[in-house]
Design a protein around this ligand. Structure first.
Ligand code: NAG
Ligand code: NAG
Length: 348
């Protein structure tokens, strides 16, 4: 009975933080044990903001899984700063806000299990092509740095084919390139918001499911701009102050796209129905805060899956079926899909 009770309790209390031996002064270390008989445990070490006199590598417990080294003014990352005992087993590493200007080619090479890497809020302008060599990365945050150009090839040396999410928002990017030579690069999410891109970058060879281009100074979206992105499900093109034109067939090839955000593009005044050709799976379209004030009813012919179109904060349109007349030759009632909105005079 006592055993059963104890068993029950240890199942209930599945995560129990406890003190850790050998925790560096100034850091906070915590072991989380879980599973029956506490059979699994992982150590989380928080060494944020230790002050400038700290020497790297900071000693950490041998089985550390998560390490936070943010806000430590680390400066350029050398080959030795992340090479101590305990670093090999890291699954996630936070190096944000550290004035990092450079990552030396082998600085990360010991981190053979690293899945999550946060290098945001630093001063990076480039990365050596081999700096992620052999790492099983799944999530990389490079936002709030100073990249002007970025070659996605840096992710080809990742150790496995698992998909990776990359955040490059809030940089100074004028170009993003891929020189894959026929290889596929398993990037599934790419955030390019708040950069200096003047046109939609060519991202052929990336099996993207999510792409964010918000807040770039793009003036025009050209025919076939996304033609290589057949797996894309979410596309965000919002807050483009200078966007004036989306050419017909711009979204051609986006056969999997379900959500398209074109909101807050004030200079975008008209959209021809031919803009929407190829969007066979599109369910949600957001035009809130754009210059587009009305919709041609025949745009539905190109949007067979559309469920809702948002035109303003409280202006919403839906696909509805209008029952048609009995068609003698076909011997059935024909239905007509029409666009209905909660405000009159929107559909032309
Ligand atoms: C992309 O970046 C923007 C700006 O930093 C942020 O608001 C948005 O949530 C990001 N998207 C994802 C999927 O993380
Ligand atoms: C449409 O975009 C606006 C502005 O970006 C946002 O506030 C709103 O929540 C979006 N609506 C939908 C239905 O996604």
């Amino acid at each position: 009975m006592a055993l059963l009770l104890w068993l029950g309790l240890s199942l209930l209390v599945s995560v129990q933080p406890s003190a850790v031996k050998n925790c560096h002064p100034g850091c906070h270390c915590e072991v989380e044990s879980f599973g029956l008989f506490d059979s699994f445990s992982l150590t989380r070490v928080d060494c944020r903001g230790l002050g400038p006199s700290t020497t790297m590598p900071i000693p950490i417990p041998l089985d550390t899984a998560h390490l936070d080294l943010s806000s430590n003014s680390m400066g350029p990352l050398s080959d030795t700063m992340l090479a101590g005992p305990g670093y090999t087993t890291l699954v996630s590493l936070d190096l944000s806000s550290n004035h990092i200007t450079k990552v030396s080619p082998n600085a990360l090479s010991k981190l053979r299990y690293l899945e999550t890497l946060d290098l945001s809020h630093n001063s990076l302008e480039s990365l050596s092509p081999s700096c992620f060599n052999g790492l099983p990365l799944a999530e990389v945050d490079l936002s709030h740095n100073s990249f002007q150009e970025f070659d996605m090839d840096v992710f080809t040396t990742k150790v496995n084919g698992e998909p990776v999410s990359v955040d490059l928002s809030h940089n100074k990017l004028v170009s993003v390139s891929t020189t894959l030579h026929g290889r596929v690069l398993h990037i599934q999410s790419l955030n390019l918001s708040s950069n200096q891109l003047l046109s939609v970058p060519t991202l052929a060879g990336l099996p993207l499911r999510y792409l964010n281009l918000d807040g770039n100074p793009i003036t025009r979206i050209k025919e076939g701009a996304f033609s290589q992105l057949k797996d894309l499900v979410y596309l965000f093109i919002s807050g483009l102050r200078e966007l004036q034109e989306i050419e017909p067939h711009s979204f051609k090839g986006l056969q999997s796209l379900q959500v398209l955000d074109l909101s807050n593009n004030p200079k975008l005044k008209t959209l021809s129905p031919a803009v929407f050709i190829g969007l066979d799976s599109l369910q949600e379209l957001n035009l809130s805060g754009s210059g587009v004030a009305s919709l041609p009813n025949n745009m539905l012919t190109h949007l067979p899956s559309i469920k809702s179109i948002t035109l303003g904060e409280s202006i919403q349109c839906w696909r509805t079926q209008k029952q048609g007349q009995f068609h003698r030759q076909l011997g059935q009632v024909q239905h007509n899909d029409v666009l209905s909105c909660n405000v009159e005079g929107i559909v032309l």
